[in-house]
Write a protein that binds this ligand. Structure first.
Ligand code: NDP
Length: 335
């Protein structure tokens, strides 16, 4: 459209930012009809890297790219924003206590929430990528009381896509045939990748796994001993093999999340961390991953799924971790 969509990307000078910007500008996120204006936010030491990316964006001559601006001030960067991709965060480093990490991120996501509250467009939608993503989203939302809480989300689409990739490999099927797979809970090692409702070209995934592994018990063993931990620890596997953390896949998942949020999910559900309304026993207000559909530009939690005892326990364990993180940031006065 003629009026560009304004997208604020934080940590835009970092690795994920570098992979993300060019795909957004090419139209992969909002489609070939929508022009975009990119506001790149960085901390002062990241500004030069973001400026370098801005030069390369210019050199790419993307027809859909209307403007690129680089900021080190959140209020200016979020002014008029329709979309906020919150990538920059204080990374976990050896020897940093969890409380210190949460406090550092409170110092980032609190002010960004305030800037969004003060100056973003009325239709602002936010996805937090920077870790701990769920709790960073909770902090940002708490500082934006005038923005409907459901506009704040955190990324679990990378976990979701990793689960699809592992299933497709195990079942020797094209990944595009898979539907109705869910990531529940926190974007952390406690997440629960759930295939109980999954289908592949219409066939139930549990039955396909039972056929593949020689019975339902063997399939369950594969899920518990291999699939779930491999998906949950895939980030560490990438670091070990590649020598640095996942970047292009994290950017691709961010694109998928926003594209589906804006354009809808006609093929059925995906996974996103959204503010809980109490569904499936997840305490209200926690930012937790659910099976979600996007309808008319809003995420809706898929209702009415049967959750067996195994799934219930796994979900409860991850939700307990989220409650713990919420208590910790409350204790620090960050929400
Ligand atoms: P990356 O771009 O690689 O990662 C950015 C964030 O994404 C990290 O918090 C990282 O968490 C998180 N992340 C989420 N999922 C994944 C995944 N699957 N794989 C890897 N990371 C994932 O980090 P860089 O250090 O290259 O860049 C960060 C940039 O953010 C820097 O340029 C820094 O200056 C900037 N920054 C900007 C801020 C701001 O705009 N106000 C505030 C803070 C930083 P994890 O650490 O757990 O891997």
């Amino acid at each position: 459209s003629r009026t560009p969509v304004t997208i604020t990307i934080t940590g835009a000078g970092g690795q994920i930012g570098y992979a993300l910007l060019f795909r957004i500008a090419s139209g992969a996120m909002l489609g070939p009809e929508t022009s975009v204006r990119l506001n790149l936010l960085e901390i002062p030491q990241g500004v030069r890297a973001a400026e370098g990316a801005a030069l390369e964006l210019q050199d790419s001559a993307f027809p859909l790219l209307s403007h690129v601006d680089v900021y080190d001030d959140a209020a200016r960067a979020f002014s008029g924003a329709n979309l906020g991709l919150l990538v920059g965060a204080r990374p976990r480093t050896a020897g940093v206590e969890r409380g210190d990490l949460l406090a550092a991120n409170g110092g980032i996501f609190g002010p960004q929430g305030e800037a969004i509250n003060a100056g973003a467009a009325d239709d602002i939608r936010v996805v937090v990528v920077g870790n701990p993503a769920n709790t960073n989203a909770l902090i940002a939302a708490a500082h934006a009381p005038d923005v409907p809480a459901e506009r704040f989300t955190a990324l679990t689409r990378l976990d979701h896509n990793r689960a699809l990739g592992q299933l497709a490999e195990a079942l020797e099927i094209p990944v595009g045939e898979l539907r109705q797979v869910t990531i529940w809970g926190n974007h952390s090692a406690t997440q629960f990748p759930d295939v109980a409702h999954g289908t592949a070209a219409g066939d139930p995934v549990p039955a396909l796994l039972a056929a593949r592994f020689g019975g339902p018990d063997a399939a369950q063993e594969w899920l518990v001993d291999e699939f779930i931990p491999r998906v949950a620890k895939r980030g560490a596997e990438i670091i070990e093999v590649r020598g640095s953390s996942s970047v292009a896949s994290a950017a691709a998942a961010t694109i998928d999340h926003v594209r589906d949020w804006v354009a809808g999910t006609p093929d059925g559900w995906t996974s996103a961390a959204v503010v809980s309304d109490g569904s499936y026993g997840v305490p209200e207000g926690l930012v937790s991953s659910f099976p979600v559909e996007s309808v008319d530009g809003a995420w809706r939690i898929v209702q009415g799924l049967d959750v067996d005892d195994f799934a219930r326990q796994r979900i409860a364990a991850s939700v307990a971790e989220l409650e713990d993180e919420r208590e910790a940031v409350r204790g620090l006065g960050l929400i």
